[in-house]
Ligand binder design. Sequence first.
Ligand code: FES
Length: 642
Amino acid sequence: MGKFNIRFLPYDKSVEIDAETTLLKASINAGAHINAPCGGKGTCGKCLVRVKEGDYDTRFTPQLSEENKGKGFLLGCETRPRGDMVVEVPIESQIRPGEKIATGAKKEELHRMFMELAGEVRPRTKKICLKLAPPSIDDHVADLERLKRELSAAGFNTDHFYCGLPVLRTLGKILREEGWDVTVTLYQSGTALEMLDIESKEMCGIRYGAAVDIGTTSVVVYLVNLITGEIIDTAASYNAQARCGDDVISRIVYATEMDGLDELQRLVVDNINHLLTGIAKKHSIDINLIDKMIVAGNTTMTHLFYGINPESIRLEPYVPAVSLFPVIRAINLGINIQDTAPLYSFPNVASYVGGDIVAGVLTSRIYTKEETYLFIDVGTNGEVVLGNRDWMMTCACSAGPCFEGSGIKFGMRAMEGAIEKVDINPVTFEVNCGIIGNVKPIGICGSGMIDALAEMYLTGVIDQKGKFRDGLDTHRIRRGENGMEYVLAWRVESGIDKEITLTEVDIDNLIRAKGAIYAGFTTLLGEVGMTFNDIAKLYIAGGFGRYIDVERAITIGMLPDMPLDKFEFLGNTSVTGAYLVLLSDKLREEAEEIAKKMTYLELSVCRPFMDEYMSALFLPHTNIDSFPSVKRLLNEVGNVKL
Ligand code: FES
């Protein structure tokens, strides 16, 4: 079959593909980034492209709006080449990987926190200085046995001693070159002792480790000094797998039904290598001196990272292939650090509560508290943990990734051009939007959506069910292609030559997402006969979590109506947990205990959850009395009839 050359603008990246390959797939191969929340299934309508030159074959589906069709846009996942092409990716469909993502790090604070928790840096891998007696006619023990003898003298049990072939092959040379005064890196697991490396004695005080959070949306890496425990630097990027779908289900479908498992594995490994190489280079550190890596991620992300088929995660009875990952060599996954560096992943609890949540609980310390706490990680999903030092329950609310832009007509991530603040005048219903980067808006991000929903409700633009009210004197509310909508930015104000709106369908999706989160809280509490009054604190973690305005989230009924001082933001607890375990074997054991201790509640087969969910599909809730502060607010503004 003939090949065609496809050039993508504005990236100016080209790739050769055959006539059966879609432009979306071609863009992934070319490294040109197109937003594809549904992973190429043709259901999201967001992978817009415009053909500048060349012949093609396309399929017009209802997901391509009339407005976009009129502007000459096509869906990248429905278009195939019939000759060489030049293809433009419009701004609203671009994923900008260079966009700054918060790493969640306050380096000194985290180091202090670690020292308070663990007291000392004590990782499972150790580097020790070893001075051996040189061999002689009277002492002609072989090199390896000589080294083991010295290790025994230093207090190590060498009954179960291992050493890989590459180290074995260099052992004699290094011992002689270094005058029998060397540094060895050891990995201790139970009674087994493995020598990972042998180097010159100068290397004794130099060692580094990497703590990694593989999120569905972003990847965060910390480079850590394993001698002092200090964080040298941090780096983050969007998870490159996002080109193959926004949420875990789309990625599983891409891996299994579209034969994309190897590609997804390679994308995230490239992400990690790229970030690590970048910070190592910045600090003039040889990347081969990184001799340990800890990874935290949700169950699907860790399966994809290991290249393990994740199919069973989404099939009843929802059992993952692996919960407790054995320690492997990072290099076996393609991670470019020291050849023998061990890689440890946090254990998963269930298909939809993964190692990132175990890392979060470790960071929050709720498993040590006498009082009962709630913990939520709000990312592309909402995982909730309820508990204390005696017990813990957990569940995953299928909130979906709409707060990160998916399923919302003009939804986008919190990057430049996103509407993040919305203020509606209660008399004129005119709107004032705050935009990230103070540029023309190109869409709306999660915090903007929560703001918009709260403002629309409080000003009476929408009712308790999220439906637009009739008879309001404003041209901002109108009938659009997808039903009723509210115009947030007129065409002349926007950066995409289109009006930016929030539609009734968007509002329905947002209400379903916030309802699922709230119902997750109440279902767990109901299981143990508790109410929000019994909760000492609610910790909020996760990428999106840090942007949430708690008062606004209470107004729409996403968070419970508790005193504001009971909410606390913890930032990215997944990478913090990975950092803690990187430095302490004791904390690693605690993480494994946490995973064992958590009781998982599968909400998809939980009848009380359905009842709680149905009650939460209103603003803020069917029972307004469970939201007294919102009731007070509504009485004050007086625009809404309760
Ligand atoms: Fe093409 Fe979703 S419609 S990626």
